[in-house]
Write a protein that binds this ligand. Structure first.
Ligand code: NAD
Length: 459
């Protein structure tokens, strides 16, 4: 499905017309390109804390032009702001106003990234067993949450495909922990093109930032469910392009498309309904017989059976719960009890912004997708004990067969109601999943990352 409005406003006449009429002007996003995956221009690191110093070191190691002041810089590709040592709201203004002076120099596809510590009780990464922040004073907690407010507002003000996202470094976690580096790299990269106004919490010092960034899952053995089309197909392709061996799984009815994809990737296809009570074991049997172990799993298979609650029936309710959440619970239970997982097993589950904010006509779907967020938080410590991680991604409006079913007028509105003024592509979800499955994200656990362009729905 294509967004013809986006094409129109990026043509000569359309651009002028949209500008004159004050219409939304979405731009084509800067997406991942192997070997050339940084914003165009210098990277400005603001704030005098140790996290800023550590980030500057990483950025220099990636051969970027790093500056510590906005003066004498013409083209800014990204701004990294260190708020990790902020102790009162009065300290927030300095770096924010320095950022203000750099914004006009920010190039299309640029990035704003904040580094900060989580406020009390908010995003402490507790699910990953991270050190808490019980002893915070109200002023420190206010400053920390204030930094979150700044980031979310900046994200809403940006245009030209610029995104703003934050790294929350849990108390007790080093400012140069591998996943702090990993999260900065992800947010700078085109892999995060449709992630906007969001935060990743680094909850522990695990992970590996020394990997091949173009092939972050090299050598891993992965399974993706619901892989025959849409987001699942893109996840399969992206993981394969990023170095993994990926076994696609889908229902027998989607067998032709599944076989075609598997043949292309030279892997076996697994025709399987994820609601099969033996699904977990069948996956393990196939993968271990062929490859000896299973490293990565993406629970992507999902369905919608939308009805207003007043018109909902038992079959519609039950099928959505069975596919979208019960299957994930059952398969995870089998996986976690197995001896056939690799040394750092990682799972990503597909949630949805409907599971974050609810959605009219989707009580069954929202129940299943909110359930995924709960599942992930509670499974995090269990998989951490095996050296692994589990996270969710919550896509917003993604151009796919699923959203093609939405009535036309509502689809147009849904597409524009986000800071990037456009729907995401399946590849945007796939790239975020690829990062979360990489060892660079080894210190990120139990979280739900929205891939929604900072959708106003449930903002
Ligand atoms: P899609 O309908 O295009 O594809 C879903 C795939 O899952 C299909 O190939 C289907 O055959 C497979 N599948 C369905 N039931 C299955 C079962 N029981 N066993 C095995 N495979 C099964 O959907 P999509 O848009 O690509 O969505 C993929 C995931 O992303 C879903 O979990 C969906 O809820 C979630 N999501 C999508 C959007 C969006 O905007 N498209 C937004 C939020 C979340």
């Amino acid at each position: 499905m294509t967004d013809t409005y986006l094409d129109m406003v990026n043509s000569g006449l359309g651009k002028q017309l949209a500008s004159k009429l004050g219409l939304p002007r979405p731009v084509t996003l800067r997406r991942f390109k192997a070997g050339a995956d940084f914003p165009d221009g210098s990277v400005l690191v603001l704030g005098k804390g140790r996290a800023g110093d550590a980030a500057a070191k990483d950025l220099l190691a990636w051969n970027l032009d790093v500056r510590r002041t906005a003066q004498d810089v013409d083209r800014v590709g990204a701004v990294v702001i260190d708020y990790t040592e902020a102790e009162s709201p009065a300290q927030l203004g300095g770096p924010a106003l320095e950022l203000a002076s750099a914004l006009r120099k920010l190039r299309p596809g640029g990035r704003v990234i904040t580094l900060s510590r989580p406020a009390l009780g908010i995003g402490t990464g507790a699910a990953s067993g991270a050190a808490g922040s019980e002893a915070l004073s109200p002023a420190v907690s206010a400053a920390r949450q204030g930094a979150v407010g700044i980031l979310r507002s900046v994200a809403q003000e940006m245009r030209g495909g610029v995104t703003a996202n934050g790294v929350l470094i849990a108390d007790g976690v080093a400012v140069d922990a591998p996943s702090v580096t990993g999260a900065i790299r992800f947010f700078l990269s085109g892999r995060s093109a449709y992630v906007d106004g969001q935060f990743l919490t680094v909850g522990d010092d695990r992970g590996d930032a020394g990997l091949d960034w173009d092939h972050p899952v090299a050598g891993k053995v992965a399974v993706v469910t619901g892989a025959a089309r849409g987001i699942g197909e893109q996840v399969t392709r992206t993981l394969a392009a990023s170095g993994a061996t990926v076994i696609p799984v889908d229902v027998p009815m989607a067998g032709d498309a599944l076989t075609k994809l598997a043949n292309e990737l030279r892997v076996p296809a697994l025709q399987l309904d994820v609601t099969d009570p033996q699904a977990g074991q069948k996956i393990l049997d196939l993968v271990t017989a062929r490859y000896g172990r299973l490293d990565l799993v993406v629970h992507n298979a999902g369905i919608t059976r939308d009805k207003m609650l007043a018109n909902m029936d038992q079959a519609k309710w039950d099928s959505v719960i069975a596919v979208n959440i019960e299957s994930q619970l059952r398969i995870n239970e089998t996986l976690l009890a197995s001896e056939d997982l690799g040394a750092a097993p990682r799972i990503v589950c597909l949630a949805s912004t409907s599971g974050v904010a609810g959605n009219r006509g989707q009580t069954n779907y929202a129940a299943s997708k909110a359930g995924v967020i709960g599942l992930v938080a509670a499974t995090a410590p269990l998989i951490a004990a095996k050296g692994g991680t589990i996270n969710a991604v919550a896509p917003g409006f993604i151009e796919s067969d699923m959203t093609a079913k939405i009535p036309a007028a509502r689809r147009q509105i849904s597409r524009r109601l986000n800071s990037l003024q456009q729907g995401g592509l399946p590849v945007d979800v796939a790239q975020a999943i690829t990062f979360l499955l990489s060892d660079a994200a080894g210190g990120i656990n139990g979280q739900t990352l929205r891939v929604c362009g900072q959708s106003l729905v449930g903002a």
